[in-house]
Design a protein around this ligand. Sequence first.
Ligand code: FPP
Length: 279
Amino acid sequence: MDWNSELSVEDKNCQIELIQSVELPVHLAIIMDGNGRWAVEKKLPRIAGHEEGIESVRDIVKASSQLGIKFLTLYAFSIENWKRPITEVTGLMKLLEHYLKAEINELHKNNVKINTIGKLNSLPKQIQKLLTDSMERTASNTGLTLTLALSYSGRWDIVRAVQMIGLDVRRGKISPEDINEELFSSYLQTNTMPNPDYLIRTSGEMRLSNFLLWEMAYGEIYISNKYWPQFRRNDLYEALYSYANRERRFGMTSSQINSSDITEKNSYFKRVVDVFKKL
Ligand code: FPP
């Protein structure tokens, strides 16, 4: 199904109004929190919260793609989540497998490029294969890049980058003096994307929970009080209107950011453009 053709008139108008009045984030990241609490409040098993959470994933992925957002990164499973009861972990893995199998054709048809970050070799073999196949199949798509953070944590990726930089120093490929923010970023798994401009976290919690720690240095944060299974496209639109009212200063003053020749602001946008050129 072509997602643009299935928009209702009302929704299409909402999206047109949003696109015309708001500068959308290039990279939107989401911490999908509150599945368990949503289920417990409904006296359902926790896994029912994750199942309903998948419906939110479907709706938000579609809406982001329809709006023309370039990068959407979803925190689907953290390294810390492995410590959850085995039944919940197994249930989540089954849901992920089911989602990938059921959605890959539609994602591909709608020009979505699948990407992943995280310690993928710790996932069950069949999920690793599904992810690799999905990434290969959608590699040349040019629409939304949907990154699933799976068995991911920000500190893990930072430590991994440090180890690889250490190895490259030892091999003589780089010298310690070459290490700067740009080089460091190029060793992170997020190196094919610009840093997130906007991070949404659901369920009212105000933490990063080890998500994109380095990359979120200047990203704006939005907290929704809804649980993830309740968070749907209208909530996304509300969050995007809120983003439009933010002034991103990157450590500078308001008047600097509003002047036309701001080196730091320009260099930030240049980096965004550079990332696009590399894609
Ligand atoms: C946090 O809610 C959510 C998760 C740990 C998993 C999120 C997974 C999904 C939405 C389904 C699979 C995802 C994809 C992309 C197919 P929680 O369980 O921590 O909620 P709680 O804080 O209320 O307990």
